[in-house]
Design a protein around this ligand. Structure first.
Ligand SMILES: [Zn+2]
Length: 274
């Protein structure tokens, strides 16, 4: 599933090609992916709007449009948002195609069809769907060690589950949670409230490192993820624990374990992570 680094990469790769482009028309092949408004209103409202800027909040990509509208996209499991030429063959599972005034097309492709699009007014952004409950952005300079300490304080749930809770911190999913806990040397099963300040500081640093590394490597492409130009990322080549169950730990050589925490598969080294 695309996490913060993947959505950020999609945003960054699309931005130079979309700014000040006008949406000439939209073709909806599968109306079910549009949550609000109804598909006809969606089409009418978005046509002729100009893309002013692109943003991201957690795992949501946000297109700021003219006349105060915002197109919000959540890629969920297998969503892809790519810019193509109008001649490119339509891939199976293409649900929405936005044709821009230079004839290039922004295509929403999603095999599992869990991804969602929303069109709202700018002032409704903070109250829409999952956006209204999102926790702070982990790469925001305003997010400090003390904020992570507050999040962990009093929470008896495993730290892995706390990291995945979008209402506590936005944008972290299964891959980066495992990676940052390994980098921090913290056992994912530990109650969040049991982490010492020293461990919280290490986790804070590891959070920034793993997310920034993911962005630098244009995201992790294990299954469907591609960036806005349709290219795979390379961060999968740098993962230390995720997807490496039974392989030797890169630090100590012991086999890595895979267990379930809160229903999610979790990869870690029981020797290095205390
Ligand atoms: Zn180890």
């Amino acid at each position: 599933m695309p996490e913060l680094p993947e959505v950020e990469t999609v945003k960054r790769t699309l931005t130079p090609y979309l700014i000040n482009k006008r949406i000439a028309r939209v073709k909806i092949y599968h109306p079910g992916v549009i949550t609000i408004p109804d598909p006809d209103t969606f089409s009418n409202l978005i046509t002729e709007k100009i893309i002013k800027s692109l943003g991201r909040r957690g795992k949501y990509i946000i297109f700021h449009l003219s006349e105060g509208y915002c197109l919000i996209g959540h890629l969920r499991m297998t969503g892809q948002l790519t810019l193509t030429s109008p001649d490119a063959p339509l891939l199976p599972h293409t649900h929405v195609v936005f044709t821009l005034d230079n004839d290039s097309q922004l295509r929403w492709v999603d095999t599992r069809r869990f991804g969602r699009l929303y069109l709202v007014k700018e002032e409704e952004l903070s109250t829409t769907a999952g956006l209204k409950k999102l926790g702070p952005e982990p790469l925001d300079p305003a997010f400090k060690v003390k904020d992570l300490a507050n999040i962990c304080s009093g929470r008896k749930k495993p730290i892995k589950q706390v990291l995945l809770d979008q209402t506590l911190i936005a944008g972290i999913g299964n891959i980066y949670a495992d990676e940052m806990l390994f980098l921090a040397g913290v056992d994912p099963r530990r109650a969040a409230s049991s982490l010492t300040l020293e461990e919280i500081k290490r986790l804070y640093e590891a959070m920034k490192t793993s997310l920034e590394q993911g962005i630098k490597n244009n995201g992790t492409s294990i299954r469907d993820y591609v960036d806005g130009s349709g290219k795979r990322g390379s961060n999968q080549d740098f993962l230390k624990v995720y997807g490496r169950a039974n392989k030797p730990c890169l630090f100590c050589g012991e086999p890595l374990l895979r267990i379930k925490i809160g229903g999610r598969s979790t990869h870690f080294c029981s020797h290095c992570q205390k």
